[in-house]
Design a protein around this ligand. Structure first.
Ligand SMILES: *Cc1c(COP(=O)(O)O)cnc(C)c1O
Length: 372
């Protein structure tokens, strides 16, 4: 590389993001899309991802926190943005000022939003949150009528949507997910029973988009799938997505280690024969997790090699055996090189976590390069 940038970086392929969006859009047919771009768009860059999605026609976006919604508005994003988490009372005015869409997870919160909107002489856009089995935020499905009733009596609200969230749509056994969907639809009968139009209904996350088509309803909320990571194994026969993020580094040091000399903190790996070790400028402070120690593989010149010894805060050692590698050679931490490929799911498996945590753990120290 002939620039002065850090020799560890992530490439973000926005064209792949666009293709994934189209693939999911095609899969869900008449349902509308609400891409979920919380947590810096799962590490892919909040504004860059939002801008692309807005450009290609995403009708709305979703984030977790109001701060993320404010960052989007400051970045010039104008489509409707739903904040999926509950609003803290003192932050309600921020929603109103920046026209962010509320989630109302309780009767109290709904009334607070109505009061604040009334005082500000405006109308708040609200989605009501029903808990159908996650036991996180939301009014229990068996009490949903009280929330729906209260909403009807509020004068400064537009009840745009009603939603719920799956706890186990990524399970092999979909019985509990189906039960949640049933409970949600049962609660929604309130509107038919009162001859009222039903607000926009949404429930499906990535796993449900793939595994439970009957949960697509009016709107879907894809996160992980949009970034090209399969929420459950073997989804490619249903929808084909490509990884948007790849993660690369470079060889910065080479040495020969004699048999019997242990490597790294704690000396957790010891070569039986003399071997060649290269060092990479990436560590757990970049999000290359310590749990990958002695478990992960990387690709150098297209070949798989093992991470040996403990991953350090800023450096990681690789055993290249009898092969050759030179300072400046590119190393794939996530991505493909020739026929070999390392996925976010691989990293998750090696470090006993989920793909979500791998993606959202790649820290700000790792520069992102966005490809249009
Ligand atoms: C994060 C989130 C999603 C997206 O989930 P994925 O599994 O990444 O598709 C959808 N809905 C809610 C409420 C969320 O918090």
């Amino acid at each position: 590389m002939n620039d002065s940038s850090r020799p560890t970086w992530c490439d973000i392929d926005l064209a792949a993001l666009e293709r994934n969006y189209r693939a999911i859009e095609h899969l869900v047919g008449a349902s509308k899309m609400m891409p979920v771009i919380k947590a810096d768009a799962y590490g892919h860059g909040l504004i860059q991802v939002a801008s692309r999605l807005e450009d290609i026609g995403a009708p709305r976006l979703a984030v977790a926190y109001v701060e993320e919604g404010l960052a989007l508005r400051a970045g010039g994003i104008t489509v409707p943005i739903q904040v999926l988490g509950g609003a803290v009372a003192r932050q309600i005015p921020l929603f109103l000022e920046q026209e962010l869409t509320f989630t109302a997870p309780s009767v109290d919160k709904l009334l607070q939003i109505d009061e604040a909107a009334k005082a500000a002489k405006t109308t708040a856009k609200v989605h009501l949150k029903i808990d159908t089995g996650m036991e996180r935020i939301g009014v229990h499905h068996y009490n949903a009528d009280t929330l729906f009733d209260t909403a009807l009596r509020c004068t400064s609200l537009e009840i745009e949507g009603v939603f719920s969230h799956f706890a186990s749509a990524d399970d092999n056994d979909l019985r509990s997910a189906r039960l949640q969907l049933e409970r949600f639809l049962e609660a929604l009968k309130f509107y038919d029973d009162h001859n009222l139009p039903t607000p926009t209904r949404h429930m499906a996350n990535s796993a449900a988009i793939v595994a439970l088509p009957e949960a697509h309803l009016d709107l879907v909320r894809p996160g992980l799938l949009l970034y090209g990571v399969e929420p459950i194994e073997q989804t490619s026969h249903i929808v084909t997505v490509e990884p948007v993020l790849s993660w690369r580094s470079e060889v910065i040091y080479f040495k020969v280690v004699e048999a019997g000399n242990s490597i790294g903190y704690g000396g957790t790996w010891t070569p039986e024969n003399s071997t060649r070790i290269v060092t990479l400028p990436v560590g757990y402070a970049d999000g290359y997790r310590r749990g990958l120690s002695n478990r992960a593989q990387v690709l150098i010149n297209g070949n798989r090699h093992n991470v040996v010894g403990r991953v350090c805060m800023d450096q990681t050692m690789i055993d290249i055996g009898a092969t050759s590698a030179y300072n400046g050679d590119q190393v794939v931490l996530v991505g493909s090189d020739g026929i070999n490929n390392i996925t976010i799911r691989d990293l998750a498996q090696w470090s006993d976590t989920i793909p979500y945590e791998i993606l959202t753990s790649i820290t700000a120290r790792v520069p992102r390069r966005w490809q249009p």
